[in-house]
Design a protein. Structure first.
Length: 223
């Protein structure tokens, strides 16, 4: 998922990418709700008390202790507004080790329980996440890679280079590991990803109507 975060008016002020912590969760949810406010996305992540609880659990899971060596690790990043000091853009990366069973990075594993949250519906989530999961596995299988699951910037801070800085963080990480990057882009975010090396992939063999555009950035091993 992505918002159209950057453009020709990017700021000249130095942009600092930092790792978020559990104490930032309320502000991260504020950024999330501002960035992903379309009717379509609100069916998946409703802006209701149940939706907030589910996001709180989701972010809390991102900050849990490191899993086993053969499981993905997660980095939740943010860029703060130079005006307020509050988070204005966020990114969520999953670093998938080589040989990781695709089932272990499934959305059903990544996402927290929601049985007690009536606003969060499994059928809605499955229609959204299952096709993306099929495309993801089709393209990368059990290869090691860096998966950018979320990128969003609050509307008031778009076109200031925050999104590009967060993408560059992931690109640099992937280059250091010598692996590819993967994401699913919205129509609004696709040009930004293309400008940062991502290439649209054909997944029609496994997904008839994908909810987003599957994109891969080729590996660029550092020497």
């Amino acid at each position: 998922m992505a918002t159209p975060t950057d453009g020709p008016t990017a700021t000249s002020v130095p942009i600092i990418v930092e790792k978020a912590t559990a104490t930032d969760i309320p502000d991260l949810i504020t950024v999330w709700w501002d960035s992903f406010s379309t009717e379509f996305i609100q069916r998946i992540y409703p802006q209701t008390p149940d939706g907030r609880r589910w996001l709180e659990r989701t972010f809390a899971r991102y900050f849990r202790p490191a899993p086993e060596p053969d499981e993905p690790t997660t980095e939740c990043l943010m860029v703060r507004s130079p005006d307020t000091g509050l988070p204005a853009a966020i990114a969520v990366y999953h670093i998938v080790p080589a040989g990781c069973d695709p089932a272990r990075r499934s959305w059903r594993v990544r996402k927290p329980a929601f049985d007690d949250l009536p606003d969060i519906r499994e059928d809605v989530l499955a229609r959204f996440f299952d096709p993306m999961e099929k495309a993801h596995t089709y393209l990368l299988g059990d290869w090691g890679h860096v998966y950018l699951e979320v990128l969003g910037t609050v509307e008031a801070h778009q076109k200031r280079g925050f999104g590009t800085a967060l993408i560059k963080w992931g690109n640099d990480l992937a280059d250091g590991l010598g692996v590819e990057c993967y994401l699913e882009a919205s129509p609004a975010g696709k040009p930004l990803y293309e400008a940062n090396g991502y290439v649209e992939q054909d997944v029609s063999a496994v997904v008839e109507i994908p909810p987003g555009t599957s994109m891969v950035r080729p590996s660029k091993r550092q020497t």
